[in-house]
Design a protein around this ligand. Sequence first.
Ligand code: PEP
Ligand code: MN
Length: 413
Amino acid sequence: MTDNTKLIIMAGPCAVESERQIMTIAEVVAKVGGHYLRGGAFKPRTRSGDWEGLGLEGLRLLQKAGAEYNLKLVTEILGPIDKDTSLTKTIEIYRQHGVALFQVGARNAANQFLLNGLGAAGVDALLKNGMNMTIEEWRGSASRLSGEVMLCARGKNNETVIARNGQDITTIEYLVNHTPYKIIFDPSHIAGKREYIFGITMAAIATGVDGIIVEVHPDPVIAKTDGRQSITPKQLEALVVASHAQRSLYLAQKELRESFHGAQIPAYVDIYFREEDLERVAALVKDLETEPYQKPGTGILASRISIGTFGQFRHHGLSIGELVRYSPKEGEGSAQAILVTTPTGDRIKMTPYSEAAVRYRGKTLDPTWPGERVELVRGFAGQPIRDAFLTIDMGRVPKLSETPLIIYRTVKE
Ligand code: PEP
Ligand code: MN
């Protein structure tokens, strides 16, 4: 979506059951202004012998409904459709049926074979969290994909008698603000019961999720799968209207939200920068009305600024680095590193500060600070750079090698 102020609406049945069913629902989804029609053709099931969807026929019906009502399609891929068809071929078949977004379900969220196959094909994916997956593992799965990735929060297996799959709202707030992916909220699989869907959807939109995916059925009581959590077309209408209103409220609160975050308990930091960057940085420090002072005997200028001003440094095309100690890998000894946030928002860890660490990994050490190689600290610094702890050339991180680098150290209060 180019207009990222709009909430993405994905809706449809848990499973495609018949032509009549999917056509009826597609009409409703289109009527409420939905963007994607969902519907499982190949269904993951808990027990052997349970109905597993219409298969290829389901894809055909989905394609027909999507074409008729001008909706994009999202549907789950479990793996190769049968023993004679490769994963690559299967992905091709899905594409031929107009599937725009490949859903990777909770049961396959860490399926390396499937994720690598989708990554190789470069398709866009809706990646659900696994039944019991950490955020780091989820990010790891996302790193295998190469098209657009949307993370779909669907809750986790839990022991409560209320929600089918517990979803911690703090996690949603975190995902929205700390991952580069669109976050899609799945109230249906979280709640498991349709009466909870309205409220939890509003709560999720208030954290800033990018979209929702909801199960809807014209007659939930006779739905073949997930009827208890499927809402009716009338309910969908109300939900979508309320969701857009809630999104507008979220957007309208931008200033208050920023004011809240900007008014954190002030933490002060010392900043350091290279002498060659002095002029540029000093001017900026002056703008920020902080007091620069010379660090005795270091040739480094320092200034005490509040953490809330970091954004302004980035805004001026400066890289921000945090002096950190990192846990060395076996044999490296303790080493210092710099955690850098680039103007593009990437988070990278710069080494080497320790010659021993460099020797251990067989890299060449450029003694000119800040070093010639950088390491990615986390896997979410943008999709072209994939693996966490991957060593990359500075030149691959846009602008970093050209911009002055400010180093800060948090001052304990
Ligand atoms: C579904 O979307 O119908 C589904 C099977 O979801 P999940 O993988 O979250 O259980
Ligand atoms: Mn379902």
